[in-house]
Design a protein around this ligand. Structure first.
Ligand code: PBG
Length: 325
């Protein structure tokens, strides 16, 4: 039979490829993670995340203005606190004048329209580097949820638009939602890290925040990377408890999960392309083994193609600058 269908007709040149392209990346896809530290005039590069920095509140303002001018309208804040402020219960996390609370206010004062999300978890504040309160070597669930709810309220009071719990305790979304409703923060959203795996890809982030677990690992609360059905269970429960946005984390090794969840839910799905994924590309590019920009664009596009509506990525600025040129 004569060949009638030729798929290559749709790939002949850039114009036709652009016309039939199924997914394109824009600045609106991104949520920008930001690391904040105490001090003045600081922009500290993170050793295992080349080109990524911790900002003090004054330099944070400059960064926020730059992000806004690039069309990046949403940030996800993390703070690094000194060891002296850490304890088992994460007491400092509830300080109304704590670093996170001041960081939220700083962003809102600088660019009021910027959407501010805050990380809600105990690990940066925990003397054990765990995401919850430790009792006899175990991370206790229900007491931790109470602190996470208080923490969410404190972030909402500081002006956060969304709180983003990254801890994986059972029932934390319900605890947070109930307290926010009760205190009349009805429009404060929750982006839940619903399917967060116990991953070796978080290494550089733990350097960034000095938050590595002091003993053991996080496998009694974060998910086993061998599991797929469990991601749906976790995610549907979070939606029932009141999550507005759900998230899969990490990104690239978990795109099967992203698609499963995208097909199973009717809320926006976010993906976190994590620190280790960023570090791998930077390291290979430094050695001249990979084309940094090409690989970066391929990766974020793959995340979107898999079903992510929101991409939390350390590459956000790089991608937007690349696309702008
Ligand atoms: C902890 C938290 C982690 C990340 C975000 N929140 C690390 C962990 O679970 O140990 C990782 C993000 C990244 O690697 O980029 N609550």
């Amino acid at each position: 039979m004569q060949q009638l269908r030729r798929n290559r007709r749709l790939r002949t040149n850039d114009a036709i490829r652009s016309l039939v392209r199924e997914n394109t990346i824009t600045p609106h896809d991104f949520l920008v993670p930001i690391f904040v530290v105490e001090g003045k005039n600081l922009k500290e590069e993170i050793a295992s995340m080349p080109g990524y920095y911790r900002y003090s509140l004054d330099t944070l303002k400059i960064e926020i203005k730059e992000l806004w001018s690039l069309g990046l309208k949403s940030v996800l804040l993390f703070v690094k606190v000194s060891d002296a402020l850490k304890d088992n219960k994460g007491t400092e996390a509830l300080n109304p004048d704590g670093l996170m609370q001041r960081a939220v206010k700083t962003v809102k004062e600088t660019v009021p329209e910027m959407l501010v999300m805050t990380d809600v978890a105990l690990d940066p504040f925990s003397s054990y580097g765990h995401d919850g309160i430790v009792e006899n070597g175990y991370i206790i669930n229900d007491e931790t949820c109470k602190v996470l709810a208080e923490m969410s309220l404190s972030h909402a009071q500081a002006g956060a638009d969304f709180v983003a719990p990254s801890d994986m305790m059972d029932g934390r979304i319900l605890a947070m939602r109930e307290l926010l409703e009760k205190e009349n923060f009805k429009n404060t959203g929750i982006m839940s890290y619903s399917a967060k795996y116990a991953s070796a890809f978080y290494g550089p982030f733990r350097d960034a925040l000095d938050s590595a677990p002091g003993f053991g690992d996080k496998k009694t609360y974060q998910m086993d990377f061998a599991n797929r059905d469990e991601a749906i269970k976790e995610t549907l429960m979070d939606i029932d408890e009141g999550a507005d946005i759900v998230m899969v984390k990490p990104g690239l090794c978990y795109l099967d999960i992203v698609r499963d969840i995208k097909d199973a839910v009717d809320v926006p799905v976010a993906v976190y392309q994590v620190s280790g994924e960023y570090a791998m590309v930077k390291a290979a590019a430094e050695k001249g083994w990979l084309d940094h920009n090409a690989v970066m664009l391929e990766q974020v596009t793959a995340i979107k193609r898999a079903g992510a509506q929101i991409i939390a990525s350390y590459f956000a600025k790089d991608v937007v600058k690349l696309l702008g040129n």
